[in-house]
Design a protein around this ligand. Structure first.
Ligand code: ADP
Ligand code: ADP
Length: 228
């Protein structure tokens, strides 16, 4: 469960990015976050994984009140969150396998468990055959598969994705969406900021539209609703 209560976020330069926002996202939901550039979508999402703190208000994720946790406790909190970004953020000197295994090594899982689980998730996202390759040897879509494998390897309750198809061509974007749908079908909550109108209008899910730091629309099976 993700809940925001009267959340405001003003950046140090005075920009008000989120301006009084309330929302509840239930376990297992699939939510698109849409809106024009500069609307506050990234800030909204970053606050969910404690990359940014609200200036006021409260945020609860999996029962944890985020504004009150110490910085030193953030990595512990993030064990239950998977993160996927537009630019993949893979470690370039690590192989596919190592990028995914690393997420389990930092939480000190047993080597046998790591080996089994990493191959399992690489299989799930369809990239097992490239386990020994480096990110630079992969296409964008393949790199995003690896990033998704890394995000789910520790079986998080929530996956948060910021424009995950933003750097991918339409066909690859659909393949990536199939993987996200599969992950959500297995019970993982998914929150995804996107500008991809075709995807939002074809894979119908909850749509939260943000403009000027506020939710202006929240629909059960919504449309993208913008021209671009
Ligand atoms: P979106 O993801 O919808 O494009 P953002 O959340 O990135 O919107 O940005 C919302 C507003 O906050 C914009 O005016 C943006 O310029 C500003 N902003 C975002 N990040 C920062 C930052 N680190 N410092 C100052 N202003 C920021
Ligand atoms: P099995 O093949 O044992 O029936 P599944 O096909 O359901 O299991 O899942 C294959 C693997 O994917 C399992 O090991 C499981 O841990 C993992 N998995 C299942 N659901 C998720 C999820 N929501 N996120 C990440 N990994 C998952």
């Amino acid at each position: 469960m993700i809940e925001m209560i009267d959340v405001k976020k003003t950046y140090p330069n005075g920009v008000i990015a989120i301006n009084g926002l309330n929302v509840k996202i239930k376990p297992g939901e699939f939510v698109y976050v849409v809106g024009p550039s500069g609307a506050g979508k990234s800030t909204f999402i970053k606050m969910m994984y404690r990359e940014e703190k609200p200036t006021s208000g409260n945020i609860l994720v999996n029962g944890v009140s985020l504004p009150s946790i110490r910085n030193s406790k953030v990595p512990l909190f993030r064990r239950n969150i998977g993160m996927v970004f537009q630019d993949f953020k893979l470690l370039q000197t690590f192989t596919v396998y190592e990028n995914v295994a690393f997420a389990m090594e930092v939480i000190e899982k047993e080597p046998e468990e790591i080996k089994k689980r990493v191959m399992e998730v690489l299989d799930l996202v369809g990239i097992k055959h490239k386990a020994r390759m480096l990110p630079s040897e992969l296409s964008g879509g393949e790199q995003q598969r690896v990033a998704i494998a890394r995000s789910i390897v520790n079986d998080p309750k929530v996956v948060i994705a910021d424009e995950p198809t933003g750097n991918l061509d339409p066909e690859t974007s659909w393949e990536i969406m199939n993987i996200f749908e599969e992950i959500n079908n297995r019970g993982t909550t998914l929150v995804m900021a996107t500008h991809n109108r075709d995807i939002v209008n074809n894979i119908k899910r909850r749509v939260i539209a943000i403009e000027s730091g506020k939710i202006v629309r929240d629909e059960h099976r919504g449309d993208y609703g913008y021209e671009i």
